[in-house]
Write a protein that binds this ligand. Sequence first.
Ligand code: ATP
Length: 247
Amino acid sequence: MSEVLLSVDGLAATYNHAIRAVSDVSLVVQPGEIVAVLGANGAGKSTTLQAVSALLPARRGQITAGRIVFDGRDLAGSSAATLVREGIVPVLEGRHCFASLTIEENLFTGAIGRDATRAETADDLDRVYTLFPRLKERRRSLAGLTSGGEQQMTAIGRALMSRPRLLVLDEPSTGLAPLVVEGIFRALKQLNAEKDLSILVAEQNSTVALRFADHAVVLENGRSVLAGAAAELRRRGDIKTLYLGGS
Ligand code: ATP
């Protein structure tokens, strides 16, 4: 494995060939790290994560400059499905569960396309239930009828069923109560510690993200303007007022 798991260098991206959503974003994820992408509304966090996951074409977006390299391989031209097989697995903002499937059926969809035996899939499911016991209790419930926190856990659990090497999460805290957010980030930290899973997470909630991340990069108007160890950025009192719209 390369020393750097993911590097984004000078990324620029537009939507509909017009709006420049991201103009110069660079970041690095080392193996086994949690890296937070921080920024105010519209700073370019989602666009960056979608570029990394090859999801921009689905939103009529495209990369216009820069390089994204994963485990030593340039990702230019790869499809989202190929990247999932390579280990880059996204958890989109808004929790995206199949509302009319049960929680367990949702989790199984994460194993589709993977070359896994039944026994391996069953083991993976057990691991998701160990991480999120609440999902086991609710496994027969329709996802559309479960709480926001349960849907977020389901979305993360489904991603884990694809055996990611890099989990890419877009604003997992959105719309969730502080205690639920704390539980989600604790679970992510546990996965990171036990499985050495690398995580790239976009967050507007910089307080919680900086507590759990190893490194962070701050975006402003489509550019990465600051990067460093999360502990250092946390010690600086001015990050929120300078870059994050005071949030
Ligand atoms: P938020 O926290 O609100 O999701 P963000 O930091 O994730 O913000 P992006 O969603 O990446 O920021 O948006 C960056 C810029 O691109 C914004 O100016 C936004 O209006 C624009 N943009 C995002 N998605 C689209 C789209 N599908 N079509 C056109 N413009 C878009």
